[in-house]
Design a protein around this ligand. Structure first.
Ligand SMILES: [Cu+2]
Length: 299
C-alpha cells in the first residue's frame, strides 16, 4: 500500500517537472494561431470565428469601400481600413467579442458586424462550425437583365432645401439612391437616401439629413431594394449595386448656394422680386413727395 503511494508521488512529481520543461519536450497548448477575417462589401467573412486565447485575428479589407473593425463596447478599433489594408489584434482573454464596421454596421450587431468567440486554451480545438451556424446567407449581387447596365450621373451642385439632384439613374431593379459623405476619397457614412424605380429616372431628388457645407465631397450611390420591399435597410440587405465588381456611384462636390453652374442663368427667386417691388415703391413715393414739396414752394 505504502509502495503504491510512493509510486503515485513519483508520477505526480514527474508530471510537475514535465510541466515546467520547455514546450518542445512536453505536449503543451497548441501554438498561437492567426485567423484571417475578410472585411468585404458589406459583411465580415466569416461572420463568426472561434479561436483559442492567445490567437490573433487579422482583418483584411477585401472590398471596394472603406471599412473598420470596431469593438461593440468601444474597447478597440482598427480605424479606417482602405481596400487592401489590414488590422490585427490578439485576444488573450476568453470571452465573446462583438464588433462591427462603423460605416456599414451598428454596435447592436445589425448590418456589417461580427463575433469572435475566444476559448480558454486548455479546451480542445472546436469542431468546425456546423452549416446551420453559418452566417446569414449572403445576398448575391443582383443579376442585371440583358441590355440594362445600372449607372448614375450627377454633377457638382449647391444644396436646394438640403436636397441634391441626381441627373440620371439607370437601375435594373427597384432600389435607392444613397448619398454617402466622402471619407478619404471613398464613400463613408450615409447622409440621405431616396427610392428609385427600375429603369431610367431623371432628376432624382435626395433629401439629406446632415446638409454638408460647400466644398464637401459626397457620393450618390445606387443600392438595391431587398429584404422588406419599400423599407430602406442599410446597413442590411439593401446593398450597393455593382457592375463588373465596381460599385455604381459618382463623386460630386457641394458648391456654395447661388453659385450657378457655367451656362446657367442665375435664378430669380421670389425673395428677389419682393425687394425689387419694395425699391420701386420707395422710389415712386420719393418722387411724389418731391413733386408735392416743389408745388407747395411755387404756390
Ligand atoms: Cu464597412
Amino acid at each position: 500500500m505504502r509502495r503504491i503511494t510512493y509510486l503515485i508521488a513519483v508520477a505526480l512529481s514527474l508530471g510537475l517537472l514535465a510541466a515546467f520543461l520547455p514546450g518542445s519536450y512536453v505536449a503543451a497548448a497548441p501554438p498561437a494561431a492567426t485567423v484571417e477575417v475578410a472585411a468585404a462589401d458589406f459583411e465580415f467573412q466569416p461572420q463568426s470565428v472561434t479561436i483559442n486565447a492567445g490567437d490573433t485575428i487579422t482583418w483584411t479589407n477585401t472590398g471596394a469601400a472603406p471599412h473598420t473593425a470596431t469593438a461593440s463596447d468601444g474597447s478597440w478599433d482598427s480605424g479606417n481600413l482602405d481596400p487592401g489594408q489590414t488590422f490585427s489584434r490578439t485576444f488573450d482573454t476568453p470571452g465573446t467579442y462583438n464588433y462591427y464596421c462603423r460605416y456599414h454596421g451598428t454596435p447592436q450587431g445589425t448590418g456589417m458586424a461580427g463575433t469572435i468567440v475566444v476559448q480558454a486554451q486548455a479546451q480542445p480545438t472546436p469542431a468546425p462550425a456546423t452549416p446551420t451556424a453559418a452566417p446569414a446567407p449572403t445576398e448575391p449581387a443582383p443579376t442585371q437583365p440583358p441590355g440594362v447596365t445600372p449607372s448614375i450621373q450627377a454633377n457638382d451642385q449647391p444644396l436646394e432645401n438640403n436636397t441634391i439632384t441626381v441627373e440620371r439613374v439607370v437601375a435594373a431593379q427597384d432600389g435607392w439612391i444613397v448619398v454617402h459623405l466622402d471619407e478619404n476619397g471613398r464613400p463613408g457614412p450615409v447622409i440621405g437616401h431616396t427610392a428609385v424605380s427600375a429603369g431610367e429616372s431623371a432628376n432624382v431628388q435626395v433629401p439629406l439629413d446632415q446638409p454638408p457645407s460647400p466644398g464637401t465631397m459626397i457620393w450618390p450611390m445606387l443600392h438595391i431594394d431587398a429584404g422588406s420591399i419599400g423599407v430602406y435597410e442599410f446597413p442590411g440587405p439593401d446593398s450597393p449595386v455593382t457592375v463588373d465588381g465596381q460599385i455604381v456611384m459618382v463623386q460630386i462636390t457641394v458648391t456654395a448656394a447661388g453659385e450657378a453652374a457655367p451656362g446657367q442663368l442665375p435664378r430669380t427667386g421670389s425673395g428677389d422680386m419682393t425687394s425689387l417691388w419694395l425699391l420701386g415703391g420707395l422710389a415712386l413715393a420719393l418722387l411724389a413727395a418731391g413733386a408735392f414739396i416743389r408745388r407747395r414752394r411755387t404756390a
